[in-house]
Ligand binder design. Sequence first.
Ligand SMILES: [Zn+2]
Ligand SMILES: [Zn+2]
Length: 136
Amino acid sequence: MTAHASHPELTKNQALVFGSLSDAGGPLTAYAILDLLRENGFRAPLQVYRALDKLVEYGMVHRLESLNAFVACSHKGCSGHGTAAFAICEKCGDVREFTPDEAISLLRNWTESRGFQLSRTTIELRGTCKNCSVAN
Ligand SMILES: [Zn+2]
Ligand SMILES: [Zn+2]
C-alpha cells in the first residue's frame, strides 16, 4: 500500500478500502469493494461509502461519475491541485489518470475571475485507447 505522509492516519476501514482499490489497479464500484471486503467484516455499503468519502476528501481516491466507480489516485500531486483527469477506454475499460496542467490553469483563471470557490475537479475523457484503436 502506498503511504501518503501528508495524509492523516487512516482508520482500519479506510485502509482496507484504499488497499482493495490499489490492488485492483483500476476502478471499482462500491459494491465490488464491499464484496472484496466481506471477509474483513464489511457488511453494508454504507461502511464502504463512509470510508470512500474520507479517501476522496484526502485526495487518495477519485470518484468517476461516468462509471459510478472509484479509483485509487496514481499521482502524488492530486491532493495539492484538486484536479484529476482520466482517459477511459469504452472498449477494454482501461483507465489512465493524468494531470491536465493547461486545463487546470484555464479553469483556475475562470473560477478566480468569477469568485467561484472550487473544491475539486474531475475530468473524464471517454473514447478508445491506443491499443484498442490499433486492434481495429
Ligand atoms: Zn489523482
Ligand atoms: Zn482500450
